[in-house]
Design a protein around this ligand. Structure first.
Ligand SMILES: [Mg+2]
Length: 420
């Protein structure tokens, strides 16, 4: 079997939702600058685009890999900059290759893109790898979790990740109770305040933690995600002041390059520390493990290198006895991975409640938790299909008119030669 081509399908659909869709945003590292700090959830830097009250336009790009045997692999959605890299950097490289040789193709892409070991290029490799696993499953008529050596268990707990919900105490209390009533045994919330918000900000973050514990009761896990906006003294003071609330973890307290600092925080904090969603490949995750920077690794399947790399990251983490709870931008792929791993190694699946309305909007059967547990179907591959009824319009993306990188280098060389 040979790869005959890639397609980048940009789909547009209309999603109906409660108004507003985003009630709150997360704190961001750029919020140390006042012009960024004033932005609200309504400032619209996130999709979807509101077109009328309760109706938004969802635009998603999906990758399809075609073969000469008529089997197609599907993955996504991917951001536009990732689609661009897939098109420019990898389309030609994959043409004619054996799509089942996922290990070979991963290594080929990794060696080709030596500047792309982290960030958007690795996200492109991740999406291609996931599409290839989907393709392999469809060709073998087996679900991906079985190809990965599973199932170890038929379903796994999902935790509700509450990004985008209001953190006003009354509403946060109400939503926490709702999610617990739906069956979730763990919830993650996003404190909005940090070191530049003084004592009042700290008090509001602590109030949020107290509210969540009160609403959840003693038997439900609460996690808090600082999304890289805190520093060492702030995190340690916060951890000390909420230690009695039995918080399961504080997530990403500092910027991802501060690995040693994160390790120091972890060793001093009475609350466990989780990190890794903005780290890439086995080598990036190994640096976190070697430093002792995290109690939980949170590599994202669609960012850190795809399913091929996540299996290696899980194997590596198992030797340190550190669990992997994959970051939740790819619930179908993450669920296949989690169900193929021992429970202590991959104990849960992150379910970003609002984000999944967008990320899984075009799926015929989105992968959603029931009673706090998540599982996937026995359909071949990753088990998801695009629902044609949700497509309002469609465009195939390609940037072939842009001069390619090899061309630019050649021009540069010629310029040098001409100069000589
Ligand atoms: Mg996070």
């Amino acid at each position: 079997m040979r790869i005959t081509g890639l397609r980048l399908r940009q789909l547009t659909g209309i999603m109906e939702h409660e108004e507003p869709f985003w009630e709150e945003r997360l704190a961001r590292p750029v919020d140390v600058y006042p012009e960024h700090k004033v932005q609200t959830a309504a400032d619209g830097y996130w999709m979807p685009r509101l077109i009328a009250p309760g109706r938004s336009e969802v635009i998603s790009v999906f990758l399809e890999i075609d073969t000469d045997e008529g089997v197609t692999g599907l993955a996504g959605p991917v951001p536009h900059e990732v689609a661009w890299i897939i098109d420019r950097e990898f389309r030609g490289l994959l043409q004619g290759a054996d799509p089942l040789a996922t290990e070979r193709l991963w290594d080929l892409m990794y060696r080709e893109a030596v500047h792309g070991r982290k960030g958007a290029t690795m996200m492109a490799i991740s999406a291609i790898d996931c599409a290839l696993w989907d393709l392999k499953g469809r060709w073998m008529q087996q679900p991906v979790y079985r190809l990965l050596g599973g199932p170890v268990r038929p379903s796994a707990p999902a935790y509700a990740s509450m990004l985008g919900y209001s953190i006003e105490p009354e509403l946060a209390h109400k939503r926490t109770r709702e999610k617990v009533a739906e069956g979730f045994r763990a919830l993650k919330w996003f404190p909005r305040w940090g070191p530049t918000d003084g004592r009042e900000g700290m008090a509001r973050n602590i109030e949020l933690a107290e509210t969540l514990r009160d609403a959840a009761g003693p038997d439900v896990d609460i996690m808090l995600d600082a999304w890289m906006t805190w520093n060492r003294p702030y995190t340690l003071e916060f951890a000390r002041r909420v230690a009695h609330l039995d918080i399961r973890w504080i997530e990403e307290p500092v910027m991802p390059d501060k690995i040693e600092l994160c390790a120091e925080i972890r060793h001093l904090s009475p609350v466990p520390i989780a990190t890794g969603e903005h780290e890439y490949t086995r080598w990036g995750q190994k640096a976190l493990l070697d430093a002792g920077a995290s109690d939980v690794l949170q590599a994202d399947t669609f960012w850190a290198g795809g399913l091929s790399e996540m299996v290696k990251i899980c194997t590596l983490a198992s030797t340190y006895d550190i669990p992997v709870i994959a970051h939740g931008h790819s619930v179908p792929a993450n669920t296949h991975l989690t169900l193929a791993m021992p429970e202590l190694l991959a104990p849960m699946v992150e379910y970003l409640v609002k984000w999944n309305e967008l990320l899984q909007f075009f799926w015929q059967e989105p992968v959603k938790p029931v009673d706090g547990m998540i599982s996937v179907s026995d359909r071949p591959g990753l088990g998801v299909e695009i629902d044609p009824d949700k497509i309002e319009s469609e465009e195939e993306l390609g940037w072939s008119s842009v001069p390619n990188m090899a061309g630019s280098v050649q021009t540069h060389q010629q310029t040098i030669e001409e100069g000589e």
